[in-house]
Design a protein around this ligand. Structure first.
Ligand SMILES: NC(=O)c1ccc[n+]([C@@H]2O[C@H](COP(=O)([O-])OP(=O)(O)OC[C@H]3O[C@@H](n4cnc5c(N)ncnc54)[C@H](O)[C@@H]3O)[C@@H](O)[C@H]2O)c1
Length: 334
């Protein structure tokens, strides 16, 4: 099968290697032709240390590589998905399967990444999402990893499963693309928040409290938007939340730690030196939650620290000072 990966960051590169390992004819596209040339020359992506890019992997800055592709992976940062979809549109066929792997919610439209790509591409493709607890660095090293391929059409979800699944990359299918994509976008905000707590000097109890209550609010918004409750306890939900909140591979977590330690948001982003998706997601998630009338106290607090200059320590006190709640809110007391 002919596969093209759009976006040569850590994740796009790691997924290109998974597809290559599975015997597909794979091209990795970089929007920056100079970067494409460098990757092709050095056969190494500095974001995936110690992982070599085999000669069989085509690397280019030319979008003509999309001609005749059966599978296209959309892997730019979330803010660039619309632009990428627009550029790809002229080359897509109605039967092309696009797998969206970016994690975020578009600012102002509040659309999920697969919706953004499809809209930008004029609806000219079949689209699925692939998500789960998957650091690019570990996938590049072929360490055992599991993800979910989500699409309301079973045939498309299975096509994606078959394309990616191998001995070290396990893929489950799901029809719940809404839940999978919302879980993916929201966990980045929580990873940032967990990092902030660590930077403030809080320890394991606080992290567990935050992750668990965050999952309650992610599920609340996700179900309200049409996602399935069980998705949030699955790989794309709790799985990805655990991996992002507990690992220093996560830029969101690292940025949060710096903010908790007293750096400004700008300083933290600069020091991390790469796209911190949770920063963008905090704004769009709060827009969406407000529009839908869903209460999301943790995401709201993250937004206030990131965009309104509130002190991290003060928002933690605010969260801890909320009135007592029933953990099983909304169910009947037995
Ligand atoms: N890194 C991971 O482990 C991982 C895992 C799962 C999902 N994701 C998601 O995949 C997406 C990409 O993440 P990443 O880690 O590969 O990012 P990255 O920061 O490593 O790379 C982003 C790439 O996109 C390129 N880029 C920047 N602006 C662009 C634009 N306007 N148009 C096209 N390309 C542009 C950059 O040059 C860079 O090559 C994100 O949404 C992320 O949340 C990442």
């Amino acid at each position: 099968m002919k596969a093209v990966v759009l976006g040569s960051g850590g994740w796009g590169t790691a997924l290109a290697l998974v597809l290559l390992d599975n015997g597909h004819d794979v091209t990795l596209w970089s929007r920056n032709p100079a970067k494409a040339e460098e990757l092709a020359r050095t056969r190494e992506n500095p974001l995936l240390k110690g992982v070599s890019l085999p000669e069989e992997l085509h690397i280019t800055g030319d979008l003509n590589c999309l001609r005749g592709a059966d599978l296209v992976v959309s892997a730019p940062p979330s803010f660039a998905v619309r632009e990428t979809g627009r550029k790809a549109a002229p080359f897509l066929k109605p039967e092309t399967v696009v797998v969206s792997v970016s994690k975020g919610i578009e600012r102002d439209t509040n659309l999920r990444m697969s919706q953004v790509f499809r809209e930008a591409a004029g609806g000219r493709c079949r689209i699925a999402a692939l998500s789960g607890p998957s650091h690019a660095e570990e996938v590049g090293l072929r360490l055992p990893t599991g993800c979910v391929a989500a699409c309301p059409e079973r045939e498309t979800a299975r096509f994606v499963q078959d394309a990616f699944m191998n001995d070290c990359f396990r893929v489950y299918t799901s029809y719940d693309i809404v839940g999978v994509e919302l879980a993916a976008a929201l966990k980045n905000v929580i990873a940032l928040s967990c990092g902030i707590c660590a930077g403030l000097g809080f320890q394991d109890n606080t992290k567990a409290l935050l992750m668990t209550r965050a999952m309650a609010e992610i599920t609340r918004l996700g179900e309200h938007m049409g996602g399935q409750r069980r998705t949030f306890g699955g790989l794309a939900g709790m799985g990805d939340l655990i991996v992002t909140c507990t690992s220093l591979h996560s830029r969101n977590n690292r940025a949060g730690i710096l903010i908790g330690q007293g750096k400004s948001v700008e300083e933290a982003m600069e020091e991390v030196g790469a796209v911190v998706e949770g920063y963008y997601a905090a704004e769009s998630v709060c827009q969406l939650a407000e529009r839908e009338g869903v209460e999301m106290p943790i995401c709201r607090c993250a937004y206030e620290v990131l965009y309104r200059g509130k002190r991290a320590r003060d928002v933690v006190s605010e969260l801890m000072g909320r009135t007592g709640k029933d953990e099983l809110l909304g169910t009947t007391w037995l």
